[in-house]
Design a binder for this molecule. Sequence first.
Ligand code: SAM
Length: 228
Amino acid sequence: MSVADEKTVVRDYFNSTGFDRWRRIYGNGQVNKVQLDIRQGHQKTVDQVIDWLTADNNLPGLTICDAGCGVGSLSIPLAEAGAVVYGSDISEKMVEEAYERAKNLPGVIQKLTFTAQDLATLQGRYHTVICLDVLIHYPQDQIAEMISHLCSLAESRLILSFAPKTLALSLLKKVGELFPGPSKTTRAYQHREEDIVKIFSDNGFRVQRQAMIGTRFYYSRLIEATRS
Ligand code: SAM
């Protein structure tokens, strides 16, 4: 499938069934067991990023681009901590929901800008660029261009998460594909860490901090890379 076709599939999904599914997963209402596990795993990823950024002690006023921000699970707490956050997402419905979640939080909405935009069309420079759980929607041959573009927007660092490709996980995915069910996601792509690190280094970035977040159904490798 071409890059354009891949993006159309992803955007249409997150404007329809994917919107309903992920809005609930990234919320606090009742969900099924698998979705609850994914919610908790994803929250750990968000918490880890916030821990890293808080530890640096310079969040107030820091410009952050949250590419593929979804319903604002990370953008909103970062704005609450004082950062100036530019959240964007290829799905209009996801950013509309992010705005709804933020609009009545005192002092927060002024620090947030939400736009519906493919990350490939983002422009400008931000101290920090973050892209969580987005690469999972794209095959290996498309991610180098995406990551390189994100690097070009980052003055200082890029924080990415992806589903790591390991034998066990590949098997798990194979097994998972045999059981289509109500909580099925879009096709999920895993990526090799060495490939991601190579793309960073080709763009002049070096890995600084990393974490592995895993629950039963959620696996995410989180990497912070800075300009070397
Ligand atoms: N980053 C958010 C988080 O961690 O809460 C959302 C993660 S969700 C699994 C993936 C999001 O990526 C969806 O909201 C989807 O619309 C968005 N997305 C997928 N492809 C994108 C692209 N090319 N540009 C911008 N957003 C994209």
